[in-house]
Design a protein around this ligand. Structure first.
Ligand code: AMP
Ligand code: ZN
Length: 137
């Protein structure tokens, strides 16, 4: 099945483009969570965060603050959330994208908060730390 975001980049389906450079494209999310909700994507089809190489990661993430600052200047939000979903439970389009969601007073946007679900001991933290450090090898 053809990737909907690749089709947007190719101009085969319309989008509300707000930014473009050689490697990156940004456009309004068709379902505006709040005013200015924007998606920033690499032009190259990359499924998600795990598949980003150094070059594309740099290209995409250097565009993110540019778009964020444009949103800030355009709409003067009280804040802004940066969200990226990978696989379950929330990724629905499998072309890497960063959501930029400007926030406004009483905007009704519901993002799950970081609810700290576990009470861990020091050895639990060390075990988790070690597992992650081992995974780099
Ligand atoms: P995610 O759930 O993180 O994979 O987000 C995918 C996002 O893509 C959703 O917020 C959709 O509203 C958005 N989306 C899907 N199709 C389009 C489209 N044709 N143009 C703009 N945004 C889209
Ligand atoms: Zn794609």
């Amino acid at each position: 099945m053809a990737c909907i975001f690749c089709q947007i980049i190719e101009g085969k389906i319309p989008s509300y483009k707000v930014y473009e450079d050689d490697n990156v494209y940004a456009f309004l999310d068709i379902t505006q969570g709040t005013k200015g909700h924007t998606l920033v994507i690499p032009k190259k089809h990359i499924e998600n965060l795990y598949a980003l190489d150094d070059t594309i990661a740099k290209e995409v993430f250097s565009a993110v603050p540019k778009v964020a600052n444009a949103l800030k200047k355009a709409f003067n939000p009280i804040g802004l959330n940066l969200i990226n979903n990978n696989d379950k439970p929330h990724q629905t389009v499998f072309h890497f994208h960063v959501h930029l969601i400007p926030r406004y007073p009483d905007d009704g946007m519901q993002l799950s908060t970081l609810n700290h679900q576990e009470t861990l001991t020091q050895s639990d933290y060390i075990e988790i730390q070690d597992a992650i450090k081992r995974a780099f090898k």
